[in-house]
Design a protein around this ligand. Structure first.
Ligand code: 2F8
Ligand code: CA
Length: 307
């Protein structure tokens, strides 16, 4: 046999159909040249079917296939049933759990709703109370403003009454003092009070008397006052002197002489007579003043201004 020849080992079903056996008429030399050849199996099924057909087993094989398919189908149905049962169990388990949770949630919801209603009621009551308090506060604020205004008005009225009381008291005291002055021989002229002496004294003694009465010798600083002093028709000392400095005439309150009513040729300061004090002398004339010796005795006029 040539070394390159291909040898085929052909197998065929056994007589029992249970296993395959090599055909005896295949080349027995195969194993002698196994390093040079390959075993080529023929199409077993085709070969088997052909074998079975040839042996009358085709029907038997079909039945076996159907049985196997039925078994597989049954197994699949069983698996499906087990799966469905498992899913149903899981579903029931989850469903119970879900129902419990739903009940809990519903209970919580009801409780929360109840609490919400209570809170809403409390809120409404508080809002109502707040509105009432706000109204009370507004009314109180309004009353406070009214009371404040009334207090201001009353305080103002009180101040006015206090001032009126003080004015009235002062007026009453003035009236009392006036009455007292009048009873003591004083007369009033344009809110000034004058005391006309009933006797005669020197200029200094006359002034001292006025000072004791809380007054001073009259100061003539208006035409009306000058006219008033002339009405008594007497020789009268007035509060004018130059005893501190000759020729420098000053009133007893220290003010210098500005408006004067000297008689003609006066003041002449007759030599040797120290004529340092002024008197009303020519009372029939407006210009009635004369400078005279201070030690001579004359009537006098005191003047007082009520403060
Ligand atoms: O007594 C003094 C007196 O004498 C005369 O009056 C009567 C003088 N008058 C005249 O000279 C005009 C006064 O000045 C003098 O004070
Ligand atoms: Ca004189």
């Amino acid at each position: 046999m040539d070394a390159l020849d291909l040898f085929v080992n052909v197998e065929e079903p056994s007589e029992s159909g249970i296993y395959w056996k090599r055909k005896t008429d295949s080349s027995e030399i195969l194993y002698q040249n196994e390093d040079k050849c390959h075993t080529v199996k023929p199409n077993r099924i085709t070969s088997a079917l052909s074998g079975l057909q040839s042996l009358g087993w085709s029907e038997t094989l079909k039945k076996s296939s159907w049985r196997a398919a039925a078994v597989v189908l049954g197994l699949l149905c069983l698996l499906l049933l087990i799966g469905l049962i498992t899913l149903a169990s899981l579903y029931n388990k989850d469903s119970s759990k879900w129902e419990m949770e739903m009940v809990q949630l519903q209970t919580s919801y009801k409780n929360l709703t109840k609490e919400k209603d209570q809170l809403q009621t409390s809120y409404n009551n508080l809002t109502k109370e707040k509105d009432q308090l706000q109204t009370s506060y507004n009314n109180l604020t309004k009353e406070q403003d009214q009371l404040q205004t009334s207090y201001r008005n009353l305080t103002e009225e009180q101040d006015q009454l206090q001032k009126r009381f003080e004015d009235t008291t002062n007026e009453r005291n003035d009236l009392k003092r006036r009455d007292a002055l009048f009873s003591q021989g004083w007369v009033s002229f344009r809110n000034h009070f004058y005391y006309i002496s009933s006797g005669k004294k020197s200029w200094q003694q006359s002034r001292n008397d006025c000072l004791q009465k809380g007054a001073d010798l009259v100061i003539i600083n208006s035409h009306e006052e000058q006219e008033f002093t002339r009405t008594f028709k007497q020789l009268i000392w007035i509060g004018l002197t130059d005893m501190e400095r000759e020729g420098k005439w000053k009133w007893v309150d220290g003010t210098p002489l500005t408006t004067s009513y000297w008689s003609s040729h006066e003041p002449n300061g007759v030599p040797g007579r120290d004529e340092d004090c002024a008197e009303i002398k020519n009372y029939d004339l407006e210009k009635s003043w004369n400078d005279e010796s201070c030690h001579l005795e004359r009537f006098w006029i005191c003047e007082k201004i009520l403060s």
